[in-house]
Design a protein around this ligand. Structure first.
Ligand code: SF4
Ligand code: SF4
Length: 347
């Protein structure tokens, strides 16, 4: 199996079409996480994406790749909007990743116009990014967002060499304007959430769908086990043509999930009442559908009931959800369904 590769926009980096998404490795023991990163490297993956916001992910990737630093590209991100905060994050990233340069540093989750204005204003994070590039601590500048239209505007300014955006067969909007524009501008395209944050059931069809778009350079599914890595590498090494069976599975998921489903990004957190929003929204359509009843679900559903009942309808979660989900209405609705399912199971 040889992973397909291509240039990442105008960066000059040649990346394998499947990269390593570094979110899930923060949820497993350290030795397993390091083994997963090494396994990905050994199977040919050369693009590793992480973020300051992913707790232990940077340090684990740094440990795993220390001996092969020159053979891989490391991308990370900062959510700081000011120069001082950004520069502090950069130093932490360099230390965690055990390196003196980052191949691609990205401004994380820039999904609102006012956030972008803060970043590019006096004392904003962009000043720090450009300074760090001059000093050779960063080789390329990138940006990540859930808003394709805002990105089209930002990328036309010519500052960023890559963009990271969610794209999959249920979140197709980027294919209409942003991805073709990137091809025109020579901006590298990195696709996050090719599996819809875990909602899409057939990962092979989902990955083929994303990589089959000629305007996508690299997809970065989150991975933490050897079998996930092997499966993703197998898809990235084959043909991206969708079979009749792929099309059937995609249609089934589209009918089942629609576009109002939770992608598990947890940008809606923290909730002041401690409500596990994504757990409640995802359990029926995603966890139960994929795994059936597990001890974890049997424990967490009743635990979540009182939490959901404590919602103050403050609206903070909805303001932050990039998919504009009506969380305040969905929570009691989904909780009611889960309690009914639980009761019928116990009868
Ligand atoms: S509206 Fe409810 S769920 Fe959302 S942040 Fe406020 S308390 Fe939490
Ligand atoms: S409710 Fe929205 S913000 Fe919260 S995890 Fe789901 S998709 Fe993300």
């Amino acid at each position: 199996m040889v992973l397909q590769e291509r240039p990442l926009g105008r960066t000059g980096l040649v990346v394998k079409r499947v990269g390593f998404g570094g979110i899930p490795i923060q949820r497993i023991p350290e030795d397993e996480a390091v083994r997963a990163v090494r396994k990905a490297y050994e199977m040919g993956i050369n693009f590793f994406d992480t973020a300051r916001a992913y707790t232990t992910s940077e340090a684990r990737i740094g440990e795993a790749l220390e001996g092969v630093r020159d053979e891989v590209f490391i991308a990370t991100k900062s959510t700081h909007r000011d120069k001082a905060g950004f520069l502090e994050d950069l130093e932490t990233s360099l230390g965690n990743l055990r390196t003196d340069y980052i191949d691609l540093y990205q401004l994380h989750f820039v999904s609102k116009e006012e956030v972008w204005e803060r970043i590019r204003g006096p004392g904003g994070a962009l000043e720090g990014l450009l300074e760090a590039k001059d000093e050779g601590k960063i080789n390329h500048l990138g940006i990540t967002s859930h808003d394709p239209e805002l990105m089209m505007k930002v990328l036309r300014e010519g500052i960023f060499e890559t963009v990271m955006i969610p794209y999959n067969y249920l979140t197709q909007k980027p294919a209409d304007g942003l991805l073709p524009l990137c091809a025109e501008l020579g901006v590298g395209t990195i696709v996050m959430k090719p599996f819809g944050g875990g909602a899409l059931t057939n990962v092979r069809s989902a990955l083929r769908y994303v990589l089959g778009n000629g305007d996508v350079d690299v997809a970065i599914p989150g991975m933490m086990s050897a079998s996930e890595i092997e499966e993703n590498v197998a898809v990235g090494s084959g043909s991206f043509n969708l079979s009749q069976e792929d099309l059937r599975l995609i249609e089934e998921d589209r009918n089942h999930l629609g576009d109002q489903f939770c992608r598990a990004c947890d940008y809606c957190q923290p909730c002041p009442q401690g409500i596990p929003i994504s757990f409640v929204l995802r359990t029926e359509d995603q966890f139960l559908r994929l795994t059936g009843w597990t001890p974890r679900l049997l424990r967490r559903i009743p635990e979540s009931e009182a939490k959901v009942a404590s919602c103050q309808r403050c609206g903070q979660c909805e303001e932050k959800c990039p998919y504009e989900l009506p969380i305040m209405d969905l929570l009691p609705e989904k909780m009611g369904v889960l309690l009914k399912l639980l009761a019928s199971r116990e009868e």
